[in-house]
Each structure stands twice: as structure tokens, then as C-alpha cells.
Design a protein around this ligand. Structure first.
Ligand SMILES: NC(=O)C1=CN([C@@H]2O[C@H](COP(=O)(O)OP(=O)(O)OC[C@H]3O[C@@H](n4cnc5c(N)ncnc54)[C@H](O)[C@@H]3O)[C@@H](O)[C@H]2O)C=CC1
Ligand SMILES: O=C(O)CCC(=O)C(=O)O
Length: 408
């Protein structure tokens, strides 16, 4: 019988942005040796060339997987975001091309939370400014404008994994925590959910922990920044599009805000070769970090393993558990059967056409697992080894098919 499932050695993984070596180790252990590894994001032309024969892509926050990239990647079946955010991937285009996207929703949560708390303490003590003065040979020994964190009010915008983790740490330091979220959330400890404007008016420190969506774009604009308390501090380790940076610079210049810590920017350099340009560079009372909220050795090693395992499971047996854009099917190993993985547009008639293929060709279905979301259906069909080649050929012809592959 002709081979219809790819050898593992032929399955190409394109890993970008220096994803942790733990990912490479996991993939190699699982038998995947065709790994193209890059320490940085690739310029667009190189990316388009490298994705041509890639079956999987692994990336972090810098690589933009646009509709054009998906169109240039006919063999692509899966994407691993080795991070939490997935806004760098056009998830609709991925779905339309039948590409499952995975991420690591929790592995760097603690790293971001710890950084945010540290920044809050440093800014309340005026350390960034004092540090800068010392570096220039000065000596700014004064308690003026320096405060303890104990007893201060922290306002968290977004009370998901990171926001709620910051909340717990902040309360353990004696802070009062307010939060706002589009969803009604169970407060941890004594935290209190309030409308955004109330939070802005009451918080000494405002920290942003929302995803990038059309609703969060510029959600901290001139109007919202003006609502913050005089002398308050803004922390942003979420996404660069959430804050109007020019409006923030205006508030800092006027002295209305006493400081800020910004980890993410509307435009971020692609790598060390590019200059970091921002109106915030002139302020000593602003901590600027190069999008490293989640960049700790612990987080990166865990993310490497977590995302590589998800890609391996999808490649080896079709499991899509916790995919961010795909119907979730959890499957066990598939000894003694071949497995067809069929991705289709979720429109009436596709499943009945697929089942008809099997009955017309007298192919017995040993097992079938179907899940759908609004746009796509994902059905895994188990058949005897002798039947998989014919079944694959026929179901690929069913109208509405996006892609189909077979595993044995
Ligand atoms: N700086 C860095 O290195 C890192 C940045 N991040 C960013 O942090 C974001 C948050 O991460 P998690 O807490 O894990 O996500 P999450 O999904 O657990 O929580 C996000 C929360 O924001 C809320 N939300 C969504 N839209 C909102 C709106 N318009 N107003 C108020 N609340 C809103 C959601 O309901 C949810 O509770 C990620 O999406 C990512 O962009 C995450 C990890 C590292
Ligand atoms: O590690 C990265 O490059 C990005 C981290 C991040 O922003 C995320 O996890 O969403």
C-alpha cells in the first residue's frame, strides 16, 4: 500500500524568536528532527520563503502571521505561540487554512506578576530616577515623593490569570486591590470589582492586564489618563496598543502622573539591530523594558515543553485540546487503526457527505470524533489500515473540505 502519512523526519518545524531549547529537546525526543531554528524573528521575505515547506511554525510575540503568510504556507497544519498572547496570528486566516493554533496560557503568568509588583515598589520609591541620577554622578538622597507600597490602592484592569495573580501578591503586601473586567469575576481575597472610571479615580497604581482586542485598543487614552489620581503610576505589561503613548508622555511631562513602567509598545523593534524609538525615552521616572514581562528562564523552559507537547500531540494523534482557534478533540493513541483528520467548513451537509463516502465505498468506520466551532468542523475518523488510502482520496473531494491528512 502506498504511504499516505508523512514520515516524522519529513515534517518540518520552523522555530522562530529563540524559543527555549526545551522545545527542540521535546520535539527531538518525539522523533521530529527536521527543525529549522532561528534565534530572532525573520524579515518578511525570509519568513515567506521559510514557511513554504513548513508543517509547523513556533513563534513568540514578534512574528506576524498574517493572511499572506498563511497563503504562502500550503503545508502548514499547526502553529505554536510560545507565549500567552495570540494577537500576532491572524486566527481567522489560520482557521480558513485549516491550521490549528496553540499557546501556553499559564506558563509565564507568575513572571509577569512578579515584575509588575517589583516595578510598583521601585516607582513608589522613585528608584528609577534616583538610579539614573547616581549613574550620572549625582546623589539624590531624599524621602520626598517616596512611599511604602503597604496601604496603597492597586487598580487592575483585566482580572484574568495575570491580573488575579498580581492581586494575590499585592494583598500579601498590604495593598487594597480594585479591579475592572468585562466579565463579572469572583474576587480573590478582599479585591473589589468596580467600573473602570471608579478604578482610575481611586487607584494609586493602575496596572493593565487585558489582551489586545478591538475593545482594548487605546483603552487608556487621554481621557482615561486624565481620570487617574494626581501622582498615580501606570504599569503596562499587556499589549502596546492598549495605551496612547503620546497622551501618557503628556501626563508625565505635566507631572500629573509620577511614573510609569512600560514593557510593551505600539511598535517594537524586531531585534537588537533596530533602534527602540519612543517619546518615553526622555523620562527618568519611567521604567522601559523590552517586552520581557514573561521572559524568565523558568517561564521560557516551561513554555517550550508545554507548547511543543501540544504540537506533538496534534501531529502524532490529532489531539487539539486547548487550541485557541480549533474545535477541541481529545484522542488516545491509535494502535491498529489509521486515523483520518478532516477539517471542513462548518456548513450543513458536509458530515453527511463524508459518511456517504464511507458507505458508498463500503469502508467501515471504526471510530468517529467530531467537534465544531462557529466556522470549522474537525472530524477524526478511524478506519482499518487497508482502507485509509481510498478513504483519504475520497473525503478530500467532499465539498467544504479545507484539508485532510491521515495518521498511521
Ligand atoms: N509582557 C509580557 O511579556 C506578557 C504579556 N502578556 C499579555 O497579558 C495579557 C493578559 O494575560 P492573561 O491574564 O494571561 O490573560 P487572561 O485571558 O487570563 O485575562 C485577560 C482578562 O482581561 C479581561 N478583559 C478582556 N477585555 C477587557 C476589557 N475591554 N476591559 C477589561 N477587561 C477585559 C478578560 O475578561 C480577562 O479576565 C495577554 O493577553 C498578553 O497580551 C502575557 C504574558 C506576557
Ligand atoms: O515572550 C514573548 O516574546 C512574549 C510574551 C508575551 O507577551 C505573551 O506571553 O503574551
Amino acid at each position: 500500500m502506498a504511504k499516505v502519512s508523512l514520515d516524522k523526519s519529513k515534517i518540518k518545524f520552523l522555530l522562530l524568536e529563540g524559543v527555549h531549547p526545551s522545545a527542540v529537546e521535546k520535539l527531538t525526543e518525539a522523533g521530529y528532527t527536521n527543525i529549522e531554528y532561528h534565534k530572532t524573528a525573520l524579515p518578511e521575505a525570509e519568513l515567506l520563503a521559510s514557511v513554504k515547506d513548513a508543517h509547523f511554525i513556533g513563534l513568540r510575540s514578534r512574528t506576524q502571521l498574517t493572511r499572506d503568510v498563511f497563503a504562502a504556507a500550503p503545508k502548514l497544519i499547526g502553529v505554536g505561540c510560545f507565549c500567552i498572547g495570540t494577537n500576532q496570528v491572524d486566527l481567522s486566516a489560520a482557521q480558513e487554512h485549516g491550521v490549528a493554533v496553540f499557546n501556553a496560557p499559564y506558563s509565564n503568568t507568575r513572571s509577569v506578576a512578579e515584575l509588575v509588583i517589583a516595578e510598583a515598589i521601585l516607582l513608589l520609591r522613585g528608584i528609577p530616577e534616583k538610579n539614573a541620577v547616581c549613574h550620572r554622578g549625582g546623589w539624590m538622597k531624599s524621602a520626598e515623593g517616596s512611599f511604602e507600597i503597604r496601604g496603597k490602592t492597586l487598580g487592575l484592569v483585566g482580572y484574568g490569570s495575570i491580573g488575579s495573580q498580581v492581586s494575590v501578591l499585592a494583598e500579601s503586601l498590604g495593598m487594597k486591590v480594585l479591579f475592572s473586567d468585562v466579565v463579572a469575576k469572583l474576587p480573590l481575597g478582599n479585591a473589589e470589582q468596580v467600573p473602570l472610571n471608579t478604578l482610575l479615580a481611586r487607584a494609586d497604581i493602575v496596572s493593565l492586564h487585558v489582551p489586545e482586542t478591538s475593545d482594548t485598543k487605546m483603552m487608556m487614552g487621554a481621557e482615561q489618563l486624565a481620570l487617574m489620581k494626581p501622582g498615580a503610576i501606570l504599569l503596562n505589561a499587556s499589549r502596546g496598543t492598549v495605551v496612547d503613548i503620546d497622551a501618557l508622555a503628556t501626563q508625565l511631562k505635566s507631572g500629573k502622573l509620577s511614573g510609569a513602567a512600560i514593557d510593551v509598545f505600539p511598535v517594537e523593534p524586531k531585534g537588537p539591530q533596530d533602534e527602540f524609538i519612543s517619546p518615553l525615552r526622555e523620562f527618568d521616572n519611567v521604567i522601559l523594558t523590552p517586552h520581557i514581562g514573561g521572559s524568565t528562564m523558568e517561564a521560557q523552559a516551561n513554555i517550550g515543553v508545554e507548547v511543543a507537547e501540544k504540537l506533538i500531540k496534534y501531529s502524532d494523534n490529532g489531539t487539539t485540546t486547548s487550541s485557541v482557534n480549533f474545535p477541541e478533540v481529545a484522542l488516545s493513541a491509535h494502535a491498529n487503526v489509521h486515523r483520518l483528520l478532516h477539517v471542513h467548513h462548518n456548513v450543513p451537509g458536509v458530515m453527511s457527505a463524508i459518511n456517504q463516502v464511507f458507505s458508498e465505498n463500503n469502508i467501515n468506520i471504526i471510530g468517529q470524533h467530531l467537534q465544531t466551532n462557529e466556522k470549522v468542523g474537525y472530524v477524526v475518523i478511524e478506519v482499518a489500515a487497508a482502507n485509509s488510502e481510498t478513504a483519504l482520496e475520497k473525503v478530500r473531494e467532499v465539498e467544504g473540505t479545507i484539508r485532510c491528512r491521515v495518521l498511521f
